[in-house]
Each structure stands twice: as C-alpha cells, then as structure tokens.
Design a protein around this ligand. Structure first.
Ligand code: NAD
Length: 506
C-alpha cells in the first residue's frame, strides 16, 4: 500500500506535534519536525525515538522496524526545509495571528500541490485560511492528546476547502491507525461541541443544590455507564483548560443557552482549585488519590408501609415487578390508602409538579428515576417533594436498597440527574445533526473515541427511547421555563414518530 503523503512536515514540536510526527512516521512517511525554539525539534525527535525504544523493549516493535522508523524521522531548523513536503501539519501555539503568519510563509515555501493543515482545537479553520492564496488546499486536522492513543482525528472543511483534500487527509488518518471523522468548520468541531452537555448540565444541577458533586458522579457512572463522572472529568482536564473552552464555545455560538457556562467553575478557577494537578479540585487529592466522601448507609426499617404506584409512572410494569420483588405490599386501588407510600416515576417533571397535578398527598410522595432499565443500572435514584415526610423518604430508601443495590436520595428537580444530563447530551448531538455539522455516524465515532462515552449520544438516546428523550425535554422546559431545554427539531421529529435518532430522511 502506498502511503497517502510520502513526505510530511510537522511544525511545532510540543505535545501534539510530537505525537503527529510519531504516527506519521509509523504510517510510512518521511517526517520532518520543525520548531522555532532552538533545539526543540531535536528534543522532539529524541522523545519520539525514546517512545519507540520503549515499545521495542516491551516486544511491540522489532529492531528492524525501529531502525526504519528512526531513519524516516528528522529534525529541521526552519520551515524552508519543508519545500518538498506533500503535507505540512501545524501544531504551534493556539494563536490566530501566529498561525496565519506561519501558513503564509509555508505557502511561499511549498509547491501548489502541497496540502496544509492546522491542528487548532478552537480557532476557525476558515479564519486561519483567510489570507492564503490556496485556501482550497487547506484544512483542519484536529488530533487529540495523547495523539498515538487517542485514535480519532477530526478533518475540518473550511469555507473553501476542496472535498478531495479532506478525503485524502481522512485516508491518511486511517493509514496512521486513526479513525477520521468529517466536520464543518463550526465552533468546537464535533468533539468539543458534543461534549458541552455533560459538564454544563452537571454543574447546573450542583448550582441548584439538587445533589453534591460526588453523588452526581456516582449516579452518572452507575446509572448511565460513564467511565468518569463529570466532576472527576473536570478535575482531570483541569479548570484552566475546560472553563475557557466552555466560555469560548458559548460566546462563539452567540450566547446559545445550551452552552451557558457556570459561575461555579469561574470561581474555582479564580481560586486556583484547578483539579488533580493542583491537588484540589472538586475532590481533594492525597498521593494522587481522590478523597471521595463516604455514602450514608441505607436506613433500616422493620415494617415498611404499603406502596401505591402511580398509574402514570414511567416503566410502570417494571416498577411494579421491582417493588414486588423487593417484598413490598402493593396497593391496587385507584387511589392510595391513608398510610401508603406514594411512588411516582416522572420523565422530566419534578415530583412536586406530579404530586400537585395528580392531586397526590405530597407529604407521602417519593419519585424514582425509571428512565433506564433497572436491570441495566447499578444505582437507583429517589427524590421527594419539599413536603415529603422523613419517614416516607427513608422507607422508600430502605425498600429500594433491600437487594443491596446502591441508592441515592437527591432533592427534587425536573428530570432527576440522569434524565437531565442524558437529555441534554442527546439534544445537543441531535442539533448538530440538524445543522449538518457532521453525519450521525461520524458524530457517534467522534464522541466514543474522543470523549470515551460508553456509546455515541444518538445511540444513548435510542437506548433511552427517542420519545422519552423528547418527553423529558418538553417537561423540563415547562418546569424551568429555560430555552436551554428546547428540543432540537431533529429530536422533536424523530421522537414524535418514535424513529431512531440516527434515522436520516430518504
Ligand atoms: P505546546 O505548547 O506543547 O507546543 C507548541 C510548540 O510550538 C512549542 O514547542 C513551541 O516552541 C512551538 N512554536 C510556537 N510558535 C511557533 C512557530 N511560529 N513556529 C514554529 N514553532 C512554534 O502546544 P500543544 O499542546 O502541542 O498544542 C499545539 C496546537 O495543538 C495548538 O493549536 C493546540 O490548540 C492544539 N491542540 C492541543 C491539544 C492538547 O491537548 N494539548 C489537543 C488538540 C489540539
């Protein structure tokens, strides 16, 4: 197989440039690494060679391959050395003027056929290309850190980029062992755009006092299968990186309410509580380990009250089977007896609204989140109304913890935690499809590989039920009166018809 680009120049020998140079050489290209700091390019080459030596020691690379790789990789002093490259990838500092200047210089050095690409993560590819003579030969090539391990790259089409250039870059990404996804030049491209929902909605839940950080992390890991909770993730990324990204995407979309950042991260950033790297973020770190507060034990009850389950509960047959299996006495009357625990399971509505609208006794009403299949989750989440009696809340907690499954009791909020966060993620992803920023398939690939979600956001929406997702958002919009929960037309149409969120019109 011939490699798509025989000679590749990489400008910027920092974390990203080194990674890109490494995988380009591994794909079979001759690679020249350039940096404007004296000695930096050679240090970059040495670091890459050290990586290959490590792989050889682990038996993952044989000596002949290692020697061939080393022979293909060289440091150069200046961009003039890149004159015979057929691809140049830029990974210098994230600054529009510096990148523009660099590409003007590169255009004067390389032949007209050379493809020029930027690894920018937040600047507009179109804006970088604005002064170029050949903007059709220019594209975004957005890798993730660390490049050899994060196996996805976003190929970004600027306003004038030729499709054939994007196709060639995508084919080359595959030769480098990566999956390529195509995206329009829009703020955050795919991954940083689709990733807005998780942290921002979790921060909003904290800001409302619905649950603390650790509880939200536990719920989203145990109920929705995320590898890291949103606050663990914010601590890992560090707030000096993630807060500016949240602000930038919000502003670039002209204050789109779905991306509204939180004052919580602004304040923590100002205080220097950046995350794992400063030893204090949402969690404290001792010897690198997060100090996670213990969960309160489930209350013990000798005799539980009878349970009446609302006829309008989500997954009602499943909820009835669960309550029965947990050994509760179930009331079957049209209305609850005077001492029954009243169970509701709304989608999007808060428990208070349900109790008020259904004329239930709010002092005995408790809600459970039944969005996900109980058998597929490791945690149940309950909430009462502000009037719910402690004995009723604790009875519900004791009942649902009877089989040893973890239970979180949170404050009343439209959509509990999982419904809110998943519906927000699914809605943002749906709107990206509606805007044709990328194909649904590329969106799923980019989010799984770039963000490490258990599945793509559209598949997650399908798992929860597109109609349920729509119901959650409609009802949350009613509860909060906030345009951030306005369902995207993509979700609205598919949800209304019960179609898969990946369904595309003929
Ligand atoms: P870095 O600071 O580690 O490296 C940048 C390198 O570029 C430095 O060695 C610097 O000396 C060199 N440089 C600066 N100006 C130069 C110029 N005019 N000519 C030649 N070399 C120059 O930065 P990084 O983390 O590797 O990021 C590089 C680019 O990749 C940025 O645009 C960034 O937004 C993007 N990016 C970073 C990440 C990440 O997680 N670090 C992820 C995706 C994209």
């Amino acid at each position: 197989m011939t490699v798509n680009f025989c000679k590749v120049g990489v400008v910027g020998a920092g974390a990203m440039g080194r990674g890109i140079a490494q995988i380009a050489a591994q794909a079979g290209s001759d690679v020249l690494l350039v940096d404007n700091q004296a000695g930096a390019a050679q240090r970059g080459v040495d670091a890459i060679v050290a990586q290959w030596t490590k792989l050889q020691e682990k038996g993952k690379l044989d000596a002949a391959t290692q020697a061939a790789l080393v022979a293909r990789l060289h440091a150069a002093d200046a961009v003039q050395a890149l004159a015979d490259c057929d691809l140049v990838v830029e990974a210098v500092i994230e600054n529009l003027e510096i990148k523009r200047k660099l590409f003007l210089e590169l255009e004067s050095v390389v032949p007209a056929s050379t493809v020029l690409a930027t690894n920018t993560s937040s600047l507009s590819v179109t804006a970088i290309a604005a002064g170029l003579k050949r903007p059709e030969q220019f594209a975004g090539y957005h890798f993730f850190n660390p490049v050899p391990l994060m196996k996805v790259v976003e190929v970004v089409a600027g306003f004038k980029t030729e499709r054939s250039v994007c196709d060639r870059l995508a084919a080359y990404a595959v030769q480098m062992g990566h999956s390529a996804v195509h995206t329009q030049d829009t703020p955050g491209f795919i991954v940083n755009h689709a990733g807005r929902g998780y942290g921002t909605e979790a921060l909003r839940i904290v800001s409302e006092g619905v649950a603390d950080f650790a509880t939200i992390d536990r719920i989203l890991k145990d109920q929705a299968g995320f590898r890291l909770g949103p606050f663990e993730l914010l601590d890992l990324t560090a707030l000096d990186v993630s807060h500016p990204v949240m602000e930038s995407i919000y502003r670039q979309y002209y204050d789109e309410p779905r991306f509204r950042p939180s004052v919580i991260t602004a304040q923590r950033l100002a205080a220097g509580a950046l995350g794992r790297k400063t030893g204090e973020g949402f969690y404290r770190y001792v010897d690198g380990a997060a100090q996670v507060p213990a969960e309160p034990p489930a209350p013990q009850f000798e005799t539980l009250p009878p349970v009446w389950v609302s006829p309008r509960a989500a997954r009602r047959p499943e909820l009835l089977r669960l309550v029965h299996a947990l050994g509760a006495r179930i009331e079957t009357g049209a209305s609850p007896s005077s001492n029954a625990l009243i169970l509701v399971a709304p989608l999007g509505f808060d428990i208070t609204t349900v109790a008020a609208v259904d004329r239930l006794d709010a002092t005995r009403t408790v809600g459970i989140d039944m969005l996900m299949d109980d058998a597929a989750t490791k945690r149940r989440v309950l909430a009462g109304t502000p009037a719910t009696r402690r004995d009723m809340r604790e009875a519900a907690h004791a009942l649902f913890a009877r089989d040893g499954k973890a239970v979180s009791v949170i404050r009343d909020s439209g959509g509990f935690v999982t419904q809110r966060v998943i519906a927000t993620i699914v809605n943002i992803a749906s709107d990206m499809c509606q805007q044709r920023i990328c194909s649904p398939a590329d969106l799923e690939t980019a989010v799984r590989l770039g963000l490490g979600y258990p599945q793509g956001p559209l598949a997650l929406g399908d798992l929860c039920g597109p109609t349920n997702m729509l119901e959650v958002l409609f009802n949350m919009q009613t509860v909060y009166g906030d345009p951030r929960y306005r369902p995207s037309p993509w979700l609205r149409r598919r949800g209304a018809l019960g179609l898969s969120l990946t369904h595309q019109e003929d």
